[in-house]
Ligand binder design. Structure first.
Ligand SMILES: Cc1cc2nc3c(=O)[nH]c(=O)nc-3n(C[C@H](O)[C@H](O)[C@H](O)COP(=O)(O)O)c2cc1C
Length: 387
């Protein structure tokens, strides 16, 4: 039985029968993924996250992934500066939801693996098996150096993450072990209870450099990557390569996910006008410049030219795949994404609470008709009919 078979057998939503799975990204952070000063009712509060989770659950969405952030990116919006810590965010939502899968996004150098494993187990048990960790190494130097240590060199970060995840996995599955690494050591490791999920909670990573993808192939169940608008062929190659590497080198299965941003309106003109408004007229260009500069320099995956070219897309939704248009156009774009073989997408919106009901009512039925998602019976139908 492979790592993913165990999750499938347990009915884990991240590995269910829907051909294209859906989640949202960043609802724990101010402005989520849109660097804009456009008016919005969105606030990264527990109350709003609870409401958003309700909208997602009633329509059968699979997951919510938060952003790990410790300080904002400056600019007039101080983009992402006001945010909720992600383990406590996941724990609070675990207690008030029933179906949605919740992740904590964890900067591995900022938290000891014994603490992370214990918190992960606690949330996994509160949620009855709906918890996973998105492991990130950190790339925003001022944020990581706030913790009083020098930022590690790019590939070293993944060597540290390797020791971190090996310890977390051992704590989730073993007892009384010793671990001696280059960075971390554990004497007589012990953790009780064990997680609800067997053998352990889902692990994901968005490493996109060679080192980052090797790490994902060896330790993670899902690898996340950006898909560029003109890059569907490249995306199909990434999906194939990830699966091949995981299987041939590690006898493991791996899923793949991407992220996109949605502006869905009755007409294409309305959708494009709103995009123009929140990106070109109200975009926080200063915050975007700050991010592009750090990302270009600090990430092993992107050149400064690439970052500059995609600045507008960054403002619109962290450089995600654009889903801008009518419900039919957006469903077609999702179908294009699905043809790459990718298993699903996190979707970001300027104002989740305002925009999700329309997406649920208009786009989801088209995805069902296209065979990308199983029709939901019962609760959602009743809700939509009542709307
Ligand atoms: C969907 C997605 C979510 C991510 N979430 C975070 C995050 O919350 N915090 C963070 O510091 N980095 C985050 N990253 C950055 C990645 O962890 C990674 O550093 C980046 O994709 C570059 O890959 P590399 O580290 O292999 O160079 C995210 C990336 C993607 C694509």
């Amino acid at each position: 039985m492979t790592n993913l078979d165990a999750f499938r057998q347990a009915g884990n939503p991240m590995f269910n029968d829907n051909k294209f799975k859906l989640g949202i990204f960043g609802s724990n952070c101010s402005n989520a993924c849109a660097m804009t000063l456009a008016e919005t009712s969105f606030e990264p509060t527990f109350e709003q996250n609870r409401e958003i989770a309700g909208l997602l659950e009633s329509a059968g969405w699979e997951c919510m992934v938060p952003i790990a952030r410790w300080r904002g990116f400056g600019g007039p919006s101080n983009f992402n500066g006001n945010c909720m810590e992600t383990y406590t965010w996941a724990a609070s939502l675990a207690a008030v939801t029933k179906k949605i899968f919740l992740f904590a996004t964890s900067h591995v150098p900022t938290i000891h693996p014994i603490v992370a494993a214990k918190m992960g187990t606690t949330i996994d048990r509160i949620s009855k098996g709906r918890f996973g960790i998105n492991m990130v190494c950190g790339w925003f130097t001022p944020e990581m150096e706030m913790f009083g240590r020098k930022m590690m060199e790019h590939d070293t970060r993944y060597e540290y993450a390797t020791e971190w995840v090996e310890i977390v996995e051992k704590l989730w599955t073993e007892q009384w072990f010793d671990y001696e690494g280059q960075f971390l050591s554990v004497k007589q490791g012990f953790a009780d209870p064990k997680p609800w999920q067997s053998p352990r909670p889902v692990l994901i990573s968005a490493g996109s450099s060679g080192k980052g993808r090797d790490f994902a192939a060896k330790y993670c169940d899902i690898n996340f990557s950006v898909i560029e608008e003109q890059g569907l062929d490249k995306a199909a190659a990434w999906v194939k390569e990830m699966k091949k590497t995981a299987w041939e080198r590690h006898q493991r299965e791996i899923g793949t996910f991407t992220y996109s941003y949605a502006v869905v309106r009755d007409t294409e003109r309305e959708a494009k006008e709103y995009w123009d408004y929140y990106v070109n007229q109200k975009g926080d260009w200063e915050a975007a410049d700050n991010i592009c500069e750090v990302f270009g320099v600090e990430s092993g995956s992107y050149s400064p030219d690439y970052m500059d070219k995609f600045r507008r897309n960054f403002i619109a939704g962290w450089g995600g795949y654009p889903l801008v248009g009518t419900p039919e156009q957006v469903a077609d774009r999702i179908l294009e994404l699905s043809k790459t073989g990718v298993d699903g997408s996190l979707i970001t919106m300027v104002d989740y609470k305002q925009e999700l009901p329309y997406f649920n009512a208009k786009v989801l039925p088209l995805l069902e008709q296209a065979g990308l998602r199983k029709p939901l019976v019962g609760a959602r139908q009743r809700e939509l009919a009542a709307a």
